[in-house]
Design a protein around this ligand. Sequence first.
Ligand code: PGA
Length: 239
Amino acid sequence: MIICANFKANKTRQETRAYMAVVESFVSANDISDTVIVFPPFTALDHDPRNVLIGVQNGYPVANGAFTGEIALEQLEEFGIKTILIGHSERRHIIGETQEQIAQKFQFFAEQGFVIVYCVGEPLEMREAGEDVMMTYIERQFEGIDLAYPDLIIAYEPVWAIGTGLTPSNQDIEALHHALRAKTSAPLLYGGSVKVENAGEIMALENVDGVLVGSAALSANDFCDMIAQAAELNTQKGE
Ligand code: PGA
């Protein structure tokens, strides 16, 4: 299982340090063998990871250069960062990243051997327009993306489920993950309003290999609870 916490623009450096101390000791005390990834803001990357991977929520696809306000490879390398989130819906829909820019970013960080957590997901109107429209929409989010990239992790996150408390039915998650499984052998995460109360049942679904959690992961204890639920499922799912 792969359990990820996406802080977005939350937590200071000091808060991240306290959070990481809790999660690191939980993972080590409980012999967790699952992959745990935390995506803090750029200002809090100075953590020396032991059992938990630290990733970035974004990066600019160059080694360095004249790109005001961006963080490039050279700055990430200084912190030993080798994991990146690409294609998150907030970057697509709020920041306005295009599929072309996203694909370029993917290609650059894949060439650098990063673990890439690549997000896809449909807005509500696409889901309501029916299966075909929805799948075509998601299909387009794979344009320019190498689905055979060995360090790829895919996160299916319906836009309407992110930060809203709404989630698709288990049956809908399973159907979507089944369709994604036909396209790639990469691990498939579900994201969108995952919390302590539903993490276990979502991770137990077929073709769900983990979760990407936003708001509910801001509590270190809740995140540890979800890590424990993942660990329990390993025996059940034969991992
Ligand atoms: P959420 O966010 O858990 O707050 O819905 C998930 C995400 O955006 O990755």
